[in-house]
Design a protein around this ligand. Structure first.
Ligand SMILES: [Fe+2]
Ligand SMILES: [Fe+2]
Length: 349
């Protein structure tokens, strides 16, 4: 969430978690469980670099018969591997804000599944608990509903009870470019239907205190995921549009998607960049659009008008799901063929 919430340290402690269940429904497989596929992926990467296992030492140049034979076999292997990678659909939901946002998301999942048939569901949950941060109970509720990965942002550590959980649960991410000494981790890999999705959470350095630089950490994260993910989705949680646009260009052709979060206001620039990366500067918010980026509007306006402290509460008025649907082409690693914004009113008869 943007700076508005930073002004109020007394925001309601909303803990009206509903129906939390301890069991999980068919969670996607987590980091560390897809390692058995590294050999196959490593082979594909070696092929793409021209260093195939069939190459003869000293004989892999373009003019050598060994090189020609190896190249032909490699192309066949590469074609086979790429053909085996199915098209997938990624659904990413912008910052879930408070109880209204959680209800909007959970109440819309059936409709979203019917309309878009997502293979993976990733949600930014940095405002899920009363507008600030997230608790383990709420995170489990989202996982139980079918969320594969939760990303976070500048409100990650609002609730102390989540600190240990960030280390324990692989599928909840805090920005990777926080200090290494801070709880949690910034990347994970989930797998479904033979496709491995790597997710990276980053936070901008303009107007936000992120500890380390996002761009260099993005490179480090991709190195970490090099042989472990067929697709990579990056959530860039940042205030400045310029920083998000810059990261999109920096990662174009190297990841499947770069999606922006934090401002809670969706941008109209969703597109496929020339290198094949899906991009949007900000996905928007899953929460009450009748407020001011999730806060009751009369309270936010009063603070802006008087410049005096005001107790903020999360708005319940006019909840929407704001998300993007990203589809990948069959047989192409880390490429997208389409990205479309989803703006879905929730809670209306
Ligand atoms: Fe947010
Ligand atoms: Fe934020």
């Amino acid at each position: 969430m943007g700076p508005l919430h930073e002004l109020d340290e007394r925001v309601e402690d909303e803990r009206d978690d509903r129906g939390d269940k301890e069991h999980e429904q068919d969670p996607a497989r987590c980091r560390g469980q897809g390692i058995e596929r590294e050999d196959r992926q490593g082979e594909q990467d070696r092929i793409q670099r021209g260093t195939t296992t069939g190459a003869t030492p000293g004989g892999t140049g373009p003019g050598s018969s060994a090189g020609r034979g190896s190249c032909g076999a490699s192309l066949v292997m590469l074609r086979s591997m790429e053909d085996a990678l199915p098209s997938v659909t990624l659904l990413f939901c912008g910052d879930v804000v408070g109880a209204a946002g959680r209800r909007a998301l959970l109440g819309s999942l059936d409709s979203l599944r019917a309309d878009h048939a997502p293979d993976f569901l990733v949600v930014n949950g940095e405002n899920a608990a009363g507008g600030l941060g997230i608790t383990p109970k709420i995170a489990r509720e989202l996982f139980t509903a079918g969320v594969d990965v939760i990303t976070l942002g500048n409100h990650t550590y609002r609730h102390q009870e989540v600190w240990a959980y960030l280390d324990e649960e692989e599928r909840i991410l805090r920005p990777a470019n926080f200090l290494r000494s801070q709880p949690g981790h910034g990347t994970c890999v989930v797998e479904r239907g033979g496709v491995r999705l790597g997710v990276v959470n980053l936070q901008g350095n303009l107007f936000l205190d992120s500890g380390r630089t996002a761009f260099s950490e993005a490179d480090a994260a991709l190195h970490e995921l090099s042989n472990r993910a067929d697709h990579v989705l990056v959530d860039m949680h940042a205030e400045a549009t310029s920083e998000k646009v810059g990261l999109g260009w920096h990662l174009d052709g190297r990841v499947t998607a770069v999606v922006g979060t934090h401002t809670h206001v969706p941008t109209a620039d969703a597109r496929i960049l020339p290198g094949g990366t899906a991009y949007i500067t900000d996905v928007g918010m899953t929460g009450a659009r009748g407020g001011v980026i999730g806060v009751k509007r009369e309270q936010a306006v009063r603070q802006m008008l008087t410049r005096m402290p005001v107790r903020f509460e999360t708005s319940e008025e006019d909840p929407w799901v704001q998300a993007v649907v990203i589809r990948t082409p069959r047989g192409k690693r880390r490429r997208a063929e389409s990205i479309a914004a989803v703006h879905l009113p929730a809670g209306r008869p």
